[in-house]
Design a protein around this ligand. Structure first.
Ligand SMILES: NC(=O)c1ccc[n+]([C@@H]2O[C@H](COP(=O)([O-])OP(=O)(O)OC[C@H]3O[C@@H](n4cnc5c(N)ncnc54)[C@H](OP(=O)(O)O)[C@@H]3O)[C@@H](O)[C@H]2O)c1
Length: 325
């Protein structure tokens, strides 16, 4: 038996139950991991509340991201062995002392990356990688708008976009968060609860607007985000912390400047093993070089997952949150 946090009925943070669960031995192509640190992500709240249906139905163990050591391997697994340090993002099963995952979804961790860093960055950092390098290729001279710039994905996006030579504008919910975003690469910050962020972006850029908007906030920043884009700019809607964007008429993209809009997820960008490995390597390199730092600002005991969700949804957190088994 191992300790885990399960949801039997979807709802608020209180539906998460800390309990003992049975874990079988890993099957063919699978590995069992003893987790040393577990990532907390906004997407975990979508599954917990039922906004996203859990693939295997109820009950389910919340969470997807973690890092630890391999403690058992199933038949047919040749490139991993007991004792290897690995990190992974696999839907469900994350908030647990131990978990079983397909071996081809795990990546070996370089020695210079700690379990805590890995748990704080595999989902958020690989997301930043594909958003900045694949969905829209950010280059020197681009102007980038990052919503929720002091959040987990936000802080990584700001640092990495700056490292790539972009001018970074970040929206944030408080003055403290604005300060943090500035320390992490944002050239300009906007308090989007108090200010009209689209008007402010127009001001900051002298009317030139942005090449790309990275929007993980969703409902409350749409359609304002489209007004921050120059003609042919790219609207990247990658999350819905404030709720999902309502259905809209696609013609709005024409009138606002022949814009591009996409709603990407890491699942698709990292579906092939070779892409997963390449994205992870890019992330390990940029963190290993010190160009991007992973700010693990909150560490909670696994049994306190409820508190972690309350803080995250209460907009009380910055950077990455982890659970310690
Ligand atoms: N598509 C993908 O592949 C992918 C992968 C990973 C994450 N994501 C998405 O990326 C986004 C960020 O994830 P994260 O785990 O790093 O979370 P996070 O940014 O650390 O936390 C969410 C932040 O959103 C802001 N926010 C704005 N309106 C909010 C509201 N009504 N309720 C709560 N928060 C609100 C808050 O910052 P302020 O107080 O500064 O406004 C809050 O801190 C999420 O939307 C997540 O779903 C997408």
């Amino acid at each position: 038996m191992v300790a885990a946090v399960r949801v039997h009925k979807t709802g608020g943070p209180e539906v998460m139950v800390y309990e003992q669960i049975e874990l079988a031995a890993p099957g063919p192509g699978q590995i069992k991991i003893k987790q040393h640190a577990i990532g907390v992500n906004y997407i975990d709240t979508y599954f917990r509340m039922g906004m996203y249906p859990a693939p295997g139905g109820l009950p389910f163990v919340v969470g997807s991201e973690g890092a630890g050591e391999v403690i058992a391997v199933g038949s047919g697994v040749t490139d991993l062995k007991v004792g290897d340090r690995v990190a992974a993002v696999v839907a469900m099963g994350g908030y647990a002392e131990e978990r079983i995952i397909p071996a081809d979804r795990a990546v070996k961790m370089p020695d210079n990356i700690s379990y805590e860093q890995a748990a704080g960055m595999m989902l958020k950092g690989m997301t930043a990688e594909y958003l900045l390098r694949r969905t829209f290729k950010v280059e020197k001279g681009h102007t980038v708008l990052v919503h929720a710039a002091a959040g987990g994905v936000g802080l990584i996006l700001c640092q990495w976009a700056k490292h790539l030579g972009a001018t970074v504008i970040g929206t944030v919910g408080s003055k403290d968060k604005a300060e943090l975003a500035k320390q992490n690469g944002a050239d300009h910050t906007i308090l989007y609860k108090d200010e009209d962020f689209a008007a402010k972006v127009k001001d900051i850029t002298g009317g030139r607007l942005c090449d790309v908007v990275y929007d993980g906030v969703g409902k409350t920043t749409f359609p304002g985000s489209l007004d921050c884009l120059r003609p042919l700019g790219m609207f990247v809607s990658y999350g819905a912390a404030s709720g999902q964007i309502d259905a809209f008429n696609i013609n709005i993209l024409q009138f606002k400047g022949s814009l591009f809009a996409t709603r990407p997820t890491l699942n698709h960008y990292a579906a092939k093993r070779e892409d997963l490995v390449a994205i992870a390597k890019d992330l390990f390199d940029v963190v290993g070089s010190g160009a991007v730092k992973i700010d693990v600002s909150g560490s909670y005991a696994l049994k306190d997952a409820r508190k972690a969700h309350e803080d995250l949804e209460g907009r009380k957190t910055t950077g990455s949150l982890i659970l310690k088994p």
